[in-house]
Design a protein around this ligand. Structure first.
Ligand code: 5CU
Length: 388
């Protein structure tokens, strides 16, 4: 237990653990790691994780699986603590039994990596690593196996939540079969880190080769937006009031579209009848990473969180005027890097993606220094119960 100030805590940072990388190396279809020989005869590993991605994929190396490299990156960027999570596409592509046993092993690997990593300081109880575990989410797995994994993760003290994609067990996050899983996660106080992989809208991306730009800049955030919206519309947040969900990439476009969503629901009595609150209320039930790259975006997300409570019931409508208090909203936003993705193209001391996100936090109008410290560290330490 220690003071929350002047630390930097990264809650969005990934790893392909060695055990998982070996699974990808053994595969002959996507997702996979392939080895190729370059023109100069050198051998290189390439990661291919997206359907329709050229087999050349992208270069990968120890940054992706060696946690000593993660520590070097953290030291270089002044990051004290990282909440590491497996990177996409997790276990989505496996058969249920394989997913279940691999989830078990990877969760144990993660816990042990956190336990054996250094402390933040000699006199600190805080570790450099905590982690989000994995549920064996794959098509049509028996929910009981998911519940077993929730129990395993809850029993591993360095795992503070789970990372999850948008597919659930094949039918998305509004699938009734997931109901006991939400209940178990809420009961175990595990945070669900919701993260995209598949993208949404690729049929509108056209013929031009824009590399990974459209899938990552638009497809990823639209996927997160669709997934969390379906979960909200299915009443999951109403039925599980203590379920905590952290949205990747600052919630995609959900904050921007929340009033439009509310209006569309208002005009659809069937959907409206399923929900206890105006859609804007649920914006305050969520947590958001600060991986937005701009101060205006972070400020806007905090406004949307701040005003959420004024939509708790229609009787509160009058309270809405002037209700946006950025400071309040900042308490649900947490710094992240997305390491090892978005590496610099040329050798450089600091990664541009990290610097951009730190500058964005520093530059939000209306956030006090305390609010900014909160986003950089205090919020994470509070939400993950590492400070009292
Ligand atoms: O660059 C990418 O492909 C990615 C990815 O796959 N996952 C992620 O979290 N960020 C970027």
């Amino acid at each position: 237990i220690m003071a929350a100030r002047r630390l930097l805590v990264d809650i969005h940072t990934h790893v392909y653990l060695p055990r998982y990388a070996n699974v990808l190396r053994a595969r002959r279809t996507v997702p996979r790691i392939v080895e190729r020989t370059n023109a100069n005869g050198s051998r290189e590993e390439r990661l291919v994780i997206f359907e329709n991605e050229p087999i050349s994929g992208r270069p990968v190396g120890p940054q992706y699986w060696d946690l000593n490299e993660k520590l070097k990156f953290m030291n270089n960027h002044g990051i004290d603590v990282s909440f590491i999570s497996s990177a996409n596409p997790w276990l989505d592509f496996l058969a249920p039994n394989d997913a279940h046993s691999l989830a078990n092993e990877l969760n144990a690997d993660l816990d042990s990596a956190c336990r054996t990593a250094p402390k933040v300081a000699d006199n600190s109880s805080l570790q450099r690593f905590y982690a989000f575990g994995l549920l064996p989410l794959c098509d049509d797995i028996a929910p009981d196996l998911l519940l077993e994994s929730v129990q395993q993760i809850a029993s591993l003290s360095n795992l503070k939540g789970i990372i999850m994609g948008s597919r659930g067990i094949g039918r998305g996050l509004d699938d009734e079969r997931l109901e006991p899983v939400w209940a178990a996660l809420a009961e175990a106080h595990l945070v669900v880190f919701l993260h995209p992989h598949y993208g949404v809208g690729s049929t509108a991306f056209g013929e031009k080769d824009n590399g990974h730009v459209l899938p990552l800049a638009l497809g990823f955030p639209f996927e997160t937006t669709t997934a969390i919206t379906r979960l909200i519309l299915a009443g999951v947040l109403d039925r599980h009031p203590s379920l905590r969900i952290l949205l990747a990439h600052s919630g995609g476009v959900l904050p921007q579209l929340s009033s439009r969503l509310a209006s569309c629901i208002d005009h659809d009595p069937v959907v409206a009848g399923r929900l206890q609150h105006d859609a804007r209320y649920y914006m305050g039930r969520l947590f958001y990473d600060a991986v937005a790259y701009g101060p205006e975006e972070l400020g806007f997300v905090s406004d949307i969180i701040s005003r959420a409570d004024t939509y708790a019931s229609s009787a509160d409508v009058g309270a809405r005027v002037g209700a946006a208090d950025r400071s309040l909203g900042s308490k649900q936003i947490l710094f992240g890097t997305d390491h090892p993705f978005f590496p610099p193209l040329q050798a450089t001391d600091k990664w541009r993606s990290v610097v951009d996100n730190l500058e964005a936090i520093a530059g939000v109008q209306g956030w006090s220094e305390d609010d900014k410290e909160g986003v950089r560290s205090g919020n994470a330490l509070r939400i993950f119960s590492l400070i009292t």
